[in-house]
Design a binder for this molecule. Structure first.
Ligand SMILES: Cc1cc2nc3c(=O)[nH]c(=O)nc-3n(C[C@H](O)[C@H](O)[C@H](O)COP(=O)(O)OP(=O)(O)OC[C@H]3O[C@@H](n4cnc5c(N)ncnc54)[C@H](O)[C@@H]3O)c2cc1C
Length: 486
């Protein structure tokens, strides 16, 4: 089994290495680790107040950002190994986190109050036309990867909107614009380079910090697509088109993300269209294109151009909070989508009032795929061809009220978390009653809310993953990171 997953930071047993540096026993583990790291890597470590520190701790959502004690940007796999040896020393055991693209929804998954490791310097990209593969450093965002690959006429299975990191997306699964054709990102991975806390470098089937990933590359032509925004008075018609596309599309080159979002009391339907070719065969998106829209930018263009127009969702002008979750469904019945539209408006109104009128966006995205799991090569995230679920993403974005106290901000965030749980539960209950979901269906770990049980994200793989954790990390060094652990 290919054991790659979002929290791939599981380590082998730490080999005690006697470091000569004296440590001040009066300080906490993170401070001790930072002192040692600053001694060993003065040019790589940063502390609060510096530009590097701010960039290393920054996350897409402000609510996923934490103030680390120090940050460090390793430059080589050897650096990563040495850093892990210091952090995991038996008299240190400092909390830490690894960040690549910083798009994790949940606080603590790639952030920490201890040592923040940023992979920003791992930006090698090597396309090998002979083997048809490309090896990519885990410091990259997909944006840069796509731009660098376009001149070669090839692409890889990566993120669908700008800003997301190579590592987190693909190690956790990776739904891409080419998933119908080639599977999840993880199904197109040929190998990883992984550094273990012992300083050893391993490959597939080991746990540690991934420094680069080799993907299959696929030929890329011009593509067709864009984004259409529809007003609320046609949302039911858009829902009917989405439902029909989900049930009847037979062309694996055609994909959409169809979102229902409410902001300022107004429901908006936004559909992203992707066709992997310069010319759209007739009939594929006709139902959507015949609906009156408020804006549309559909055209034939390069993959990079199209990807760039999909933008990155933001809300308001201040720092942004985010809570996300997912409901696994096999299909998107129109009654379900119409009911979701009603719920989304009600919830947005309630949360906006509770946020003193500052902007809140509640969005639910249908992500219909065509037999995506038939390309499965295994992995920690179970996506067997015998049960083809797709992830319906639920997301609440809000502008953080900087005039409120820390306690009030935490209180509001908790309210959003509860609301997202309730909404997800309600949607799944209806999906179950309509026969398009089961309560034991697997939740996509990259979208799942913190606290989701291991069984719901990793299913029958949990036992194997626990055994591997016990074997490779008997001292629990990797439990010093946040998020779920085996
Ligand atoms: C706007 C937006 C768009 C998205 N679009 C998609 C999409 O199209 N398809 C999809 O499948 N998902 C999508 N996601 C979800 C996304 O896959 C996850 O949020 C993912 O975790 C982001 O990866 P990252 O590298 O940016 O995140 P990070 O926050 O840097 O890391 C996420 C996780 O990976 C671990 N990690 C990071 N780097 C390494 C490393 N080098 N070695 C080992 N572990 C590491 C972290 O510790 C953390 O647990 C999207 C999310 C957002 C917010």
């Amino acid at each position: 089994m290919t054991l790659s997953f979002t929290l791939v930071l599981l380590a082998t047993a730490f080999l005690s290495i006697a470091l000569s540096d004296a440590v001040d026993t009066s300080t906490d583990p993170a401070t001790k680790a930072c002192q040692l790291l600053a001694n060993a890597f003065p040019q790589l470590v940063a502390f609060p107040g510096s530009e590097q520190y701010s960039s290393d701790i920054a996350h897409w959502a402000f609510t996923s950002t934490q103030n680390a004690t120090c940050t460090i940007e390793p430059e080589t796999a050897h650096d990563v190994g040495e850093i892990l040896k210091i952090i995991g020393r038996s008299d240190i055991m400092s909390p830490f986190a690894v960040k690549s693209g910083g798009h994790a929804y949940n606080v603590g998954h790639s952030s920490t109050t201890g040592v923040q490791i940023s992979m920003a310097k791992f930006t090698g990209l090597d396309y090998d036309p002979g083997s048809g593969t490309v090896t990519i450093g885990t410091g990259f965002l997909w944006d840069e990867v796509y731009s660098r690959l376009e001149p070669f006429g090839v692409m890889v299975n990566g993120g669908r909107v700008p800003g997301v990191g190579v590592a987190g997306l693909s190690l956790g699964g990776g739904y891409s614009w080419k998933t119908n054709q080639f599977g999840l990102g993880i199904d197109t991975i040929v190998s990883h380079s992984v550094v273990l806390p012992s300083g050893e470098q391993g490959g597939l089937n080991n746990f540690g910090i991934v420094t680069n990933i080799t993907f299959e590359a696929h030929p890329q032509t011009l593509v067709y697509g864009g984004q259409i925004t529809y007003a609320s008075n046609v949302s039911n018609v858009v829902n009917a088109a989405t439902s029909d596309f989900s049930a009847n599309n037979k062309d694996p080159k055609a994909q959409i993300i169809s979102s229902l979002g409410s902001a300022s009391g107004e429901l908006v339907a936004v559909v992203l269209f992707f066709y992997d070719g310069p010319t759209l065969p007739s009939g594929i998106f006709d139902a959507f294109f015949s609906i009156p829209f408020t804006s549309s930018d559909i055209s034939t263009r390069t993959f990079v151009d199209l990807f760039g127009t999909f933008g990155n969702t933001t809300v308001g002008s201040g720092p942004m909070g985010n809570v996300g979750h997912v409901v696994p469904v096999t299909d998107y019945p129109v009654d379900l989508l119409n009911h979701i539209a009603e719920e989304v408006i009600v919830l947005e109104g309630r949360l906006t009032r509770a946020n003193d009128g500052l902007p809140v966006v509640v969005a639910v995205s249908a992500e219909p795929f065509l037999n995506a799991f038939s390309h499965s090569r295994g992995g920690a995230y179970p996506h067997p061809s015998s049960r083809q679920v797709t992830p319906m993403a639920i997301s609440v974005l809000y502008e953080i009220n900087l005039n409120s106290t820390q306690d009030e901000q935490s209180g509001f965030h908790e309210m959003v978390v509860s609301s997202v749980k309730e909404l997800s539960n309600l949607i799944q209950a209806e999906a179950v009653s309509l026969g398009v979901s089961r309560w034991d269906d697997i939740l996509y770990p990259n979208y799942a809310l913190d606290g989701t049980s291991l069984e719901l994200m990793y299913g029958s793989n949990v036992q194997t993953l626990r055994e591997i954790a016990a074997k490779y990390d008997p001292d629990g060094i990797m439990k010093l990171t946040g998020g779920p652990h085996f």
